[in-house]
Design a protein around this ligand. Sequence first.
Ligand SMILES: Nc1ncnc2c1ncn2[C@@H]1O[C@H](COP(=O)(O)OP(=O)(O)OP(=O)(O)O)[C@@H](O)[C@H]1O
Length: 269
Amino acid sequence: MERTGADIRFHDVSVTYPNGFTGLKGINLSIPAGEMVGIVGLSGAGKSTLVRTINGLVPITNGHITVGDHRLSGRGAAQLRGKDLRELRSTVGMVFQSFNLAKRTTVINNVLMGRLYHSPAWRTLLGAWRNDDVELAMSALERVEIVPKAYEKASSLSGGQQQRVAIARTLAQRPMVILADEPVASLDPPTSHVVMRDLQRINAELGITVVVNLHFLDLARRYSERLIGLRSGEVVFDGAGADADESVFENIYGRSLTAEDVLSPKGSL
Ligand SMILES: Nc1ncnc2c1ncn2[C@@H]1O[C@H](COP(=O)(O)OP(=O)(O)OP(=O)(O)O)[C@@H](O)[C@H]1O
């Protein structure tokens, strides 16, 4: 399953939604292959918008983004479409707050969905997966320690286990980038750490570039090699997670911190 990550570059990227609201304003960022980056900011600051531009889920209005050899640019003729967009998405995995699993089918079938982009339609429709794909799915489950649950229904698993299955599904894609949009927002504190450690380990062991939106500042600080702070669609902090102290976060948020901003209020930032 070895594969190196892709670099991600934002060149003066803006996003204006169809209703006229500007979600991102002139973003310039360079994320080297294999980096783990946390994105923080108040609700509405543009974190999801930024992450979703990287796989084309949110179209950009101005500027362009490169992800390895792929190039995403604004609306119109230059926009990535069809086969090119599918190719980009085949190498960019995504993990969501709500896991997005097919709950009524087995864990292994969910992970095999990660092979969709790489398999002919007839195989996926018939569930006639190649042995290589099944082996890849099993080794992805091994990485997140869920192998014993492979043939159980996804709905029978706890939230943390479901998120680990979702991570295994992205791994089965053999991605160069993993995007995680608030991956621990629905989990309890100990499970949040388990899932963040999975992402950290995957980043370190496989060299996959990881970009993760995080609501809780203590988690962001602890697990982000590099932290990017967004405020009203603009980058207002870009530095090491370990260097971000209370005053940095207060500047990103534009207000004092509260107990709701951290996962473990009694711990220190
Ligand atoms: N489809 C859309 N149409 C119009 N405005 C949108 C759309 N999606 C998001 N926005 C607006 O863009 C801004 C940024 O949203 P985004 O979801 O990126 O924020 P966020 O930082 O991820 O916040 P949250 O943590 O609440 O998801 C918000 O003000 C939001 O209302």
